[in-house]
Design a protein. Structure first.
Length: 407
């Protein structure tokens, strides 16, 4: 009798514990979906709607619709359009299973019918107390219209939200664009990654990378194909109090555009002393406001002038051109606007006085022969050369450079 009672108690404890676990997981799932919506709506260009259509003890059906905010109705371009996904959430003791089907919709047309032969985008993932992990799978893409063909092998996108961390990964094995006469572009091994860490709702640090295994461009007007291999670009940002620090690397392993244009390149750079808030305001304006060319330049210059002491470091610049020679350099550009008042900023932007606040110091280690010959009007010194700009004057190897000699 006592053993039977103990067994019943154990079963009750297990059932209650399991139910409590499911309830806790369900609550964590609601919070994760809300956090995902907040993350999307943090970008003003997105308008997000969430509709919990069916709610049960073990499963939920939720429909998420993402549209571009403030987009005009332009039927001739298929606008407005939006992405709609129906997600089934299955709650368990430790986590929630995510299974979704989505499509881009414009009027009566869908992207799945237009590009994917009726197949829709699918998503799968897990939501737990630790966060949300979802993978989106795109079907094989094939479209032919007006003598233009677009094709792509299945692409995949991963999205992770875990506490203050946001991760994004996108990969596309092959994407092709072709027109008449087999002219077109083929892209292989496209990859984009980002890892962002938040602090009190604002970006604290981020690391982004874009890579392209190979690009081949074929066109009759070009003669020979243009082949680019090993393209890789990184951008890292870090907030230090009210300062933003950035660094990046650009690598081009090989460029082949015919017998006279071959080579590779590498650029390693860093920036310190950026005003965090001014840079965030500039980034928001460039992404979310319709600025003309003059307004864009004014916003960029205003953001630069808002920095008291900014330093740009070119750790390495290397351009290799087969038959032309190499260009290799490194140096710094320092900008000091600490004594500039807000009302003076506009005047600086419109005239050459802005350069009085620049100090430039570069070392040129290698230079193509043709450029060296052009510089013989200023110096006959052998490389490396030291080029400086300070107080409105240009110096080459510590000697004042008179540009009038070129006239």
């Amino acid at each position: 009798m006592r053993k039977g009672l103990i067994a019943i108690i154990v079963i009750i404890v297990v059932v209650v514990g399991y139910v409590a676990g499911v309830v806790t997981t369900k609550k964590a799932t609601y919070q994760a979906v809300e956090a995902m919506v907040e993350e999307l709506e943090r970008k003003p260009q997105f308008d997000v709607q969430v509709d919990w259509q069916e709610q049960g003890s073990r499963t939920d059906i939720v429909v998420v619709k993402v549209a571009m905010a403030d987009m005009p109705d332009m039927p001739e371009l298929g606008l407005p359009l939006y992405y709609e996904e129906t997600i089934e959430l299955s709650y368990g003791f430790l986590n929630t299973k995510w299974a979704g089907i989505g499509d881009v919709i414009s009027g009566d047309e869908t992207m799945s019918e237009f590009l994917y032969a009726g197949h829709k985008v699918t998503s799968s993932g897990v939501v737990s107390r630790g966060g949300l992990r979802v993978t989106y799978d795109f079907p094989t893409l094939s479209m032919i219209e007006d003598d233009i063909a677009i094709a792509a092998e299945p692409m995949q996108m991963h999205f992770v939200m875990a506490g203050e961390e946001r991760r994004f990964n996108f990969s596309a094995p092959v994407v092709e664009f072709f027109g008449e006469g087999n002219e077109g572009i083929t892209l292989n091994a496209i990859m984009m990654n980002s890892d962002t860490r938040m602090l009190e709702g604002e970006v604290f640090s981020s690391a982004m990378q874009m890579s392209l295994g190979k690009m081949e461009v074929n066109a009759k007007a070009l003669g020979a194909p243009i082949v680019v291999e090993g393209l890789n670009s990184t951008l890292n940002t870090l907030r230090a109090d009210e300062e933003l620090r950035m660094n990046g690397l650009f690598v081009l392993e090989s460029l082949d555009a015919g017998p006279t244009v071959k080579g590779n390149a590498r650029v390693d750079w860093a920036v310190e002393g950026l005003n965090y808030q001014e840079f965030m305001d500039l980034n928001d304006a460039l992404q979310n406001q319709q600025l003309n060319e003059e307004e864009t330049l004014n916003r960029i210059f205003a953001a630069i002038i808002a920095n008291d002491n900014m330093l740009f470091r070119l750790n390495e610049l290397l351009v290799v051109g087969e038959g032309w020679g190499n260009l290799r350099s490194h140096g710094t550009v320092a900008m000091d606007f600490s004594g500039v008042e807000n009302q003076q900023a506009a005047d600086l932007i419109e005239n050459a006085e802005i350069f009085q606040h620049f100090d430039i110091d570069f070392v040129i280690e290698e230079m193509p022969g043709m450029l060296q010959m052009m510089m013989m009007a200023f110096t006959t010194d052998e490389l490396p050369w030291n080029l400086k700009y300070s107080n409105g004057e240009i110096y080459l190897n510590d000697e004042l450079l008179d540009l009038n000699e070129l006239q």
